[in-house]
Write a protein that binds this ligand. Structure first.
Ligand code: E4P
Length: 222
C-alpha cells in the first residue's frame, strides 16, 4: 500500500517527502482554507515540493456545481506548474462530478472521486473512469459505521471486476486505520503528518535506542 499525505501544509509535505515515504498528496477545500493561501499558488508550491510523486489532488471548489463548471475549473487546474501531470482533479461524488470525471478521464486527465461512502458509489466512479476513489473511513466511523469494512468491500469489487481504479483510503484518523486498510486491500492511504509520525514510533524502539546509547557509553568508559 502506498502512502499519500492529506494536507495543504507545505512544511508537513516537505517533512514527509524528505523521509522518502510519499507517493502523493491530497488536499481539499477545508485543508486549503486552513492554510489561508491562494489555492492555485499552493497547488503549484506542492507540485514543486514533491517532484517524484504520482499524484497531487486539487479539488474543484464548492462553487462548481454543474459538470461544465467543474470541467472549466479542472481545465485551469491542469495548467498549474506548466501542466504538471501529477495534478489529479478531485471531484465530488455527484452525478455532475461523475459526468466531469468521464469527460476528464477521456482526455487523459487523472481524477479522484471523493466523498465515497458506499460500494455502489465506488462502482459508479470506477465506471466513470476515475483514476482514484476516496472512501472516507473516519467519517463513517464517526457515525458508528465500519469504514474499514467499506474499503475491504470496494477492494473485493475492484478485484472481482478487474477495475484499474485505485482506492485511496481517506479520512484516516489513527495508526490502527492504516494497518487495517492496508490489510483490507486499499492501494493507498492518505494520512496526516501526525499519523505518519505516530506510526514511526513504538515505546520499545525508544527504550532500545536508550539502552544501546547507555551500553555504548559504558564501553567508551572502559
Ligand atoms: C481526503 O482526500 C480528504 O481530504 C480527507 O481524508 C478528509 O478527512 P477528514 O474526514 O479527517 O476531514
Amino acid at each position: 500500500m502506498k502512502l499519500f499525505i492529506d494536507t495543504a501544509n507545505l512544511v508537513d509535505i516537505k517533512k514527509a517527502y524528505k523521509i522518502g515515504v510519499l507517493s502523493g498528496v491530497t488536499t481539499n477545500p477545508s485543508l486549503v482554507a486552513k492554510e489561508g493561501v491562494k489555492f492555485e499558488d499552493r497547488i503549484e508550491e506542492i507540485c514543486q515540493a514533491v517532484p517524484q510523486v504520482e499524484s497531487v489532488s486539487a479539488e474543484v471548489t464548492p462553487e462548481a456545481i454543474t459538470a461544465e463548471e467543474m470541467i472549466a475549473q479542472a481545465e485551469e487546474l491542469i495548467k498549474i506548474n506548466g501542466g504538471d501531470e501529477k495534478i489529479t482533479i478531485k471531484l465530488p461524488m455527484t452525478l455532475a462530478g461523475l459526468e466531469a470525471c468521464r469527460y476528464l478521464a477521456d482526455k487523459g486527465v487523472k481524477t479522484n472521486v471523493t466523498l465515497i461512502f458506499t460500494v455502489n458509489q465506488a462502482l459508479l466512479a470506477a465506471r466513470a473512469g476515475a483514476t482514484y476513489v476516496s472512501p472516507f473511513l473516519g467519517r463513517l466511523d464517526d457515525i458508528s459505521e465500519d469504514g474499514v469494512q467499506l474499503v475491504s468491500k470496494i477492494a473485493d469489487l475492484f478485484r472481482i471486476h478487474n477495475f484499474d481504479t485505485q482506492i485511496i483510503a481517506a479520512s484516516v484518523r489513527h495508526p490502527d486505520h492504516v494497518t487495517r486498510v492496508a490489510m483490507a486491500g486499499a492501494h493507498i492511504a492518505t494520512i496526516p503528518f501526525s499519523v505518519i509520525e505516530q506510526i514511526s514510533k513504538h515505546p520499545l524502539t525508544n527504550q532500545g535506542i536508550e539502552k544501546f546509547a547507555a551500553d555504548w557509553e559504558n564501553t567508551l568508559k572502559n
